[in-house]
Design a binder for this molecule. Structure first.
Ligand code: NAD
Length: 287
């Protein structure tokens, strides 16, 4: 079959407002490694959307991305169907995860971040680490990639905020209990909301366990020029796009990161409302 560059070959709804698409992007698929991301544009004058690559197939030339419809651009992305093409994709961007044989590693994924931790857990497993994964979502219906994570983990723990599946509570509660029980851990890597990564870092700090967070700041260029993604790490300003996205979580100034992430919340909300009104849909669809 002849595929066109950046064509959508598969599309799945994983949970309400969370979609997975498989794209044809052979050059990127050839090079991408766990932990890296791409920036997509849905239309010529569209916003640049940074998305962690969840999976790839080098032979077929495909990339898998998972995203949540939260703003106008991700909403438009979610509207595209099989056979549609994205305007362009830049990538792979950022540094790959450092994959070594560490021993026993805890991989933590929160919400949509589960799709981003998946290739990292898989590569850590391939390097013969003992992989304990903790994945969590607000509720059972929002939990994604459970089967995928089970396949690449020696142990899989599930949490939901409301207790509708697995343990009731946050991923960090499971982590806290494991460490308190004396489980020996050589490394922790966390991907999810900034607050989740902050709390996980606070949990591991007293134990001196190396903890890595994959940061998700607002990003524009993705190549170190615009400085939109700057974050303070170890007292220094770092650019997440080309120096990250992974940093030592004990050194990240999460308070500043969270403040910056909230900077355009109101504008994003207004823009989405305006767009939905324009196209005649009052609320984002839940498919
Ligand atoms: P969410 O708000 O539904 O939270 C998911 C899970 O995170 C919760 O179930 C809980 O276990 C944990 N969590 C949430 N608040 C917590 C707290 N106060 N303390 C401890 N744990 C807490 O997440 P969502 O709406 O799916 O959002 C996912 C986030 O992941 C987004 O912010 C997105 O930007 C980020 N993300 C990051 C990357 C990356 O590469 N860094 C990739 C994908 C997604």
């Amino acid at each position: 079959m002849m595929c066109r560059k950046f064509e959508i070959l598969e599309k799945r709804t994983l949970a309400p407002k969370i979609k997975e698409i498989v794209l044809y992007a052979p050059e990127i698929a050839r090079k991408v490694r766990a932990g890296q991301f791409i920036i997509v544009r849905v239309e010529e004058k569209g916003e640049r959307i940074p998305l962690t690559v969840a999976d790839w197939n080098r032979n077929k030339g495909t990339l898998t991305i998972v995203f949540q419809e939260i703003g106008v651009s991700t909403y438009k992305l979610g509207k595209l169907d099989i056979g549609d093409r994205l305007t362009d994709i830049a990538g792979p961007l950022g540094n790959p995860s450092k994959i070594e044989n560490y021993g026993r590693v805890i991989c933590i994924g929160g919400g949509v971040g589960i799709a981003a931790i998946y290739p990292i857990a898989r590569e850590l497993k391939k390097m013969n680490n003992y992989v304990i994964s903790i994945i969590g979502a607000r509720s059972r219906e929002l939990l994604i990639y459970e089967d995928e994570m089970r396949k690449v983990s020696d142990e899989l723990k599930i949490t939901t905020d409301d207790g509708s599946k697995g343990r009731k509570g946050f991923v960090s509660d499971e982590l806290r209990d494991m460490l308190a029980k004396g489980v020996k851990v050589d490394r922790v890597i966390a991907v999810g909301p900034a607050i989740m990564m902050k709390v996980c870092a606070d949990v591991t700090r007293p134990y001196g366990i190396k903890t890595i967070a994959s940061l998700n700041p607002i990003m524009v260029c993705g190549m170190g020029m615009c400085a939109a993604c700057r974050v303070e790490v170890g007292g220094k300003t770092r650019f997440v796009c080309f120096e990250g996205p992974e940093f030592d979580a004990h050194e990240v100034n999460f308070t500043e990161l969270m403040k910056r992430l909230n900077a355009y919340r109101e504008e994003e909300k207004i823009a989405l409302e305006k767009y939905l009104k324009k196209i005649g849909e009052v609320k984002p669809n839940a498919n």
